[in-house]
Design a binder for this molecule. Structure first.
Ligand code: ASP
Ligand code: MG
Length: 410
């Protein structure tokens, strides 16, 4: 008998009609003879509302109470789905994180899962009861409710699948799978049949917001196959209508490039006239690290006078202000001009085949050059090339790269 974990995101449980639809998907898997555990998000938009309530009542709120409030959205949907299943004659019960228990670290608002004790849930699944677990939440060793960060239900689902030794974790969402590019920008984008964990990690962290990055890291570590599929129009189950995220070894036909992504979440800082002396980079990036600013892409260029250099790097948009403040306090930069720029986008080409094929970066640079798009910063990893360009070129860059790598559907 196969064990499956099914996860339904906010848009898939947006109201009671959608919850009935989710119940139908669960019922179909039960009818196929599977043991099913479900992980569920709050109704779409509810978590945002709950966060807003906290902000209104107390802008500098106690993180533990914030968690008590924002975890509640999932309590509602888990109970409702259990009811909808019972109405269909299926034995089901809801579980809140603390009832399992799912024990988490006490970093409130961004907790990590430490352990999941599935003893009782295991037994009930064996008896044919469907478990409906509230995603996104857990309990600390001090018995406080905590949450896993935005999008955390994905991580709950993968962690539960690992703990239950489930065959697969199916993530039901509002798209049919993982695409070669954002279909809103590239109408010819193609749904990928399979994608490796490594590629999915790059795609998730680069702006393809299908799965929470941490859930992919966990799936890779625990070797849980994850399927992303639509809760609206895909057929159900083992014929894999969505995109399977799995081990590289399990993908027979590996493409060189599998996806083009973009993120507008980046901001650029240029430092004009940084003293060209040993140790200055450490003195700049040290204070940024202390201010918890993550620096991503970095380039340095020599200036004409040979005494100073220019330096450009990117940070997450929301860190820009903090980064600029930290730099202004830097003694070494007293005579340096600090130029922030938010109108940039990072466009990336991702594919595991890059490891064994040359020329991927060159195709990217040539394609952008042909369109007259200036590349401001470049960074690479083993399976990715990223460039920073002016935000106004987002669509043009993504579309022309998608064509250049032949990713269009037939
Ligand atoms: N409801 C939470 C959120 O909106 C967790 C989730 O849906 O994954 O971030
Ligand atoms: Mg999500």
């Amino acid at each position: 008998m196969t064990r499956l974990v099914l996860k339904f995101g906010g848009t898939s449980v947006a109201d009671t009609d959608h919850i009935e639809n989710a119940a139908a998907k669960v019922a179909a898997e039960v009818e196929r003879g599977h043991q099913v555990a479900v992980v569920i998000s709050a109704m779409g938009g509810v978590t945002n509302d709950l966060i807003e309530y906290c902000r209104k009542v107390s802008p500098l709120h106690d993180a533990r109470e914030y968690d008590a409030v924002v975890a509640s959205g999932e309590n509602v949907t888990s109970g409702l789905l259990a009811l909808a299943l019972q109405k269909r004659g299926i034995s089901a019960r809801s579980w809140q994180g603390w009832q399992v228990p799912i024990v988490c670290t006490d970093m409130h608002g961004k907790a990590r899962i430490l352990s999941i004790d599935t003893t009782e849930m295991d037994g009930r699944l064996e008896e044919g009861e469907v478990a409906v677990l509230a995603g996104f939440q857990g309990i600390t060793s001090r018995n406080r409710i905590t949450t896993l960060g935005r999008g955390g239900s994905d991580t709950t689902a993968v962690a539960l699948a690992a703990a239950l030794s489930a065959e697969r974790c199916d993530i039901y969402t509002d798209v049919e799978g993982v695409y070669t590019a954002d279909p809103r920008i590239v109408p010819q984008a193609r749904k990928l049949g399979k994608v490796s964990y490594e590629e999915m990690l790059e795609l998730a962290s680069l702006g393809a917001k299908v799965l929470q990055t941490r859930s992919v890291e966990m799936a890779m570590k625990k070797n849980v196959p994850v399927q992303v599929l639509s809760s609206f129009d895909s057929p159900i189950g083992s014929d894999l209508p969505g995109t399977l995220v799995t081990r590289e070894e399990d993908i027979v036909e590996q493409e060189i490039v599998n996806g083009i992504t973009y993120t507008k979440d980046e901001a650029k800082i240029t430092l004009i006239g940084v003293p060209d002396i040993p140790g200055v980079a450490a003195k700049i990036f040290g204070p940024l690290a202390e201010a918890s600013v993550n620096v991503d892409m970095i380039v340095q260029s020599r200036s004409q006078d040979k005494k100073s250099v220019n330096m450009t790097f990117t940070v997450v948009n929301s860190d820009l202000q903090r980064a600029v403040e930290a730099l202004k306090k830097c003694d070494e930069l007293k005579k340096t001009e600090i130029r922030p720029d938010e109108d940039v986008v990072k466009v990336s080409v991702v594919g595991i085949g890059m490891r064994s094929h040359a020329g991927v970066a060159q195709t990217m640079f040539q394609t952008l050059a042909d369109k007259g798009i200036n590349i401001q910063v470049i960074s690479t990893s083993e399976i990715k090339v990223s460039v920073l360009v002016a935000a106004e070129y987002t669509e043009l860059a993504v579309r022309s790269l998608h064509t250049a790598y032949g990713l269009e559907s037939e």
